[in-house]
Each structure stands twice: as structure tokens, then as C-alpha cells.
Design a protein around this ligand. Structure first.
Ligand code: NAP
Length: 333
């Protein structure tokens, strides 16, 4: 049986195949699909997944990409197909002078993945603007709406990522963007902008910052930040801070403290390290890069080395942000 090559369908570009790859543009096409109901995976832009083995199942990708923006008295509402490239939506709104998404500029992937992952950058998260999500239930073959609250958005997480929404293919996202916009400029690199800045100027700065630090997946295959920033107790953070006074720490919810995964990986000696064509990016230790001929096995080996190195040095467990897909679906390390 000839199988479908996935190398160009995930931005880490590891060698892998699947049984069948179905691309659909309209909801009515989805209900007619006959695919492997036992083992399937819903794929967006492929920028937050890594196929670490041949996937013994079928893949479904929704490619609808239209968008409707409606003005109301005090807010804008946006309905965007899940196959629309996220950054195209950011540009569309920002260039109309609509502020709210500019801090999320240049995050790779599609609008559907923005909901799965609850993407976040520079102090803004997808959940801040999302009002609901439209899904197609692949098992019941019907359309449903899921409110923002029912999506259970959390730090780089949602019901769609945790697997408790099995069979729900996101077809549309709904955004509610208030008109009383205030720029969010408290991250490093943004403080020098004036409070009178436009959404477009903030977007331009963020694009420049990201381009200066992060590799373009089209030139150097990667999946963005590979690990989440760990959140630890105040006691653990105080203990670490007494040993490593330069360690960055940020206040998180529930009296916890967020650490910088990139800093921990760098201090554990992994910045710029390359083994078997896989390595961390020279300018940003949080990004794992395929330097040419990496395989799923070399990625797994390297990821385990990093996790063990950070655990040994700091007693902090790193968790993947990138979803690993093996022969039978999601692989947890
Ligand atoms: P950085 O300035 O080197 O800081 C490292 C980490 O510290 C960031 O990841 C950020 O956490 C946290 N941080 C920094 N300033 C903060 C503040 N004022 N308040 C609270 N937390 C703060 O960051 P960077 O690596 O260049 O990334 C900048 C932004 O782009 C971050 O928000 C990051 O998440 C985002 N980014 C996302 C991806 C991705 O693929 N998902 C890749 C690269 C960068 P948070 O990550 O929680 O914001």
C-alpha cells in the first residue's frame, strides 16, 4: 500500500508517513469522509506537532480559510475558518486599526491550532479574545458550538489538546475584541514603545523581535518553543533563586512562580548543542531544530537528554509544548 509522506506537513520535517491524508475545505465534505475511526489525527498547520514515527492511521486537515469581521458599538466580532493562517488574521485586523491580536503576531500555525494550543506571547493569550469555537463531531457527524468557558483554556492548553475532546474537529473560531484597546507593553523589547502606539506599530515590533531570535521553519525546520515554561511553588523558586540569583522568575496564578524554560536549558549546557542532526537553536535554547537528517528517534533521544539534564541540575521537570505523534497517536514522555 502506498502511504502518504508527512515530511512537508509538519514544520520539524521529520521523516514519517500516514495511511491516508484527507484535506477538506467545507463542513459538508467532512460528513462524507470515510476514514479510520480507530486511529486518526486532526492536523492544522503542523507547527506544534512532531511525527516521531510512521503513523498507522489517517490524517484529516481542514483547509477552509475565510473570515468575517463585524463592527458593533463597543466591540468587533470575528468569525474565522480554522484553516486560515493565524498571522494572516493578525495582519488583517491590525492593518484595519483593530487592536487585540498584535502581541500574537507571527506565531506559526492556523486559527484552529490557536484554540487547541491557547497560543500565547508577550503577555497575551488566545483565550483573552476567544468567545467560542465551532466544531464538527466526527463520530456523531454533527456541528456543535463550544463556549470559551467549556474550552477550559489554560497555559498553552485546552480540552482539544488534552484529548478529552476526541473526535472534535475545529472548523471556526469566534473572537470578541473590545474597542477600548490598550497596548500591552510590559515584556522585554516592548517597553520602549510609547503608550500612544498603534496596533500596527506593536505588531511590527513583535515581528522584528521574533525574526531576530527565532528560526524561520521554512529555512530551518523547527516547531517553535519545544517546552512549556515550568510553573513551580514559591518555596522551590526561592530555593533556586538563592542558588542562582540571576534566574528569571515571574509571578504566576495561585501563588506560583513561572520560570524560563529557555534559561534553564541554556544553563544546563544545551544551548546550540547538536547531536545526530537535531539540536537547540544557537540564538534560543527553547527551540529544537532539525539540522537536516533528524529522525523521530534522534529527536526523542535529545528531548530526554534535555529533560534529564534540567531535572538533575534544577530539580525542575520540563513538559513538552509540542505534541509528539507516534504509530498509534499521541506519545507522552
Ligand atoms: P524572553 O523575553 O526571553 O523571556 C523568557 C520567558 O519569560 C518567556 O517565555 C515569558 O513567558 C517569560 N516572561 C518574559 N517577560 C515576562 C513578563 N514581563 N511577564 C511574565 N512573563 C515574562 O522570551 P522569549 O523566549 O523571547 O519569548 C517572548 C514571547 O514570545 C513569550 O511570551 C513567549 O511565550 C513567546 N514565544 C512563543 C513561542 C512559541 O512557539 N509558542 C516561541 C517563542 C516565543 P511566557 O512564554 O509565559 O510569555
Amino acid at each position: 500500500m502506498s502511504r502518504f509522506n508527512l515530511k512537508n506537513h509538519h514544520t520539524l520535517a521529520l521523516p514519517a508517513v500516514c495511511n491516508n491524508f484527507y484535506e477538506v475545505t467545507h463542513v459538508h465534505e467532512i460528513s462524507k469522509l470515510t476514514f479510520d475511526l480507530e486511529n486518526y489525527f486532526i492536523l492544522g498547520g503542523g507547527s506544534n506537532v512532531a511525527f516521531i514515527d510512521d503513523f498507522d492511521g489517517d490524517i484529516i486537515a481542514f483547509k477552509g480559510n475565510s473570515c468575517v469581521i463585524t463592527e458593533h458599538t463597543d466591540h468587533w466580532s470575528v468569525e474565522a475558518d480554522s484553516g486560515l493562517v493565524w498571522h494572516e488574521l493578525v495582519i488583517l485586523l491590525t492593518e484595519k486599526g483593530i487592536g487585540g491580536l498584535e502581541n500574537l503576531a507571527l506565531i506559526p500555525g492556523n486559527c484552529g491550532a490557536a484554540a487547541v494550543q491557547n497560543i500565547g506571547a508577550y503577555g497575551v493569550e488566545f483565550k483573552d479574545v476567544c468567545s467560542a469555537v465551532e466544531v464538527f463531531d466526527l463520530h456523531k457527524k454533527q456541528k456543535r458550538f463550544i463556549t470559551k468557558d467549556a474550552c477550559h483554556f489554560a497555559y498553552r492548553n485546552s480540552i482539544f489538546k488534552r484529548g478529552d475532546a476526541r473526535g472534535l474537529l475545529i472548523t471556526k473560531i469566534y473572537l470578541h475584541i473590545p474597542k477600548d484597546w490598550q497596548p500591552k507593553l510590559n515584556y522585554r523589547g516592548l517597553e520602549s514603545l510609547s503608550q500612544c502606539v498603534t496596533p500596527k506599530a506593536v505588531m511590527d515590533r513583535i515581528v522584528a523581535l521574533r525574526e531576530s531570535k527565532l528560526p524561520n521553519p521554512e529555512q530551518l525546520p523547527n516547531a517553535g518553543s519545544f517546552f512549556k515554561n515550568p510553573v513551580v511553588s514559591e518555596q522551590q523558586a526561592d530555593l533556586l533563586k538563592s542558588q542562582y540569583p540571576d534566574m528569571p522568575c515571574y509571578t504566576a496564578a495561585d501563588q506560583k512562580v513561572k520560570l524560563s524554560a529557555g534559561w534553564l536549558i541554556e544553563q544546563a549546557g544545551f544551548k546550540g548543542v547538536e547531536v545526530d542532526s537535531i539540536g537547540t537553536y544557537k540564538k534560543h535554547a527553547l527551540v529544537i531544530v532539525n539540522y537536516g537528517n533528524a529522525t523521530g528517534a534522534s529527536l526523542l533521544h535529545f528531548v530526554r537528554e534535555i529533560k534529564e539534564g534540567v531535572l538533575r541540575r534544577f530539580s525542575v521537570a520540563l513538559e513538552n509544548e509540542v505534541l509528539l505523534i507516534g504509530k498509534y497517536g499521541i506519545v507522552n514522555l
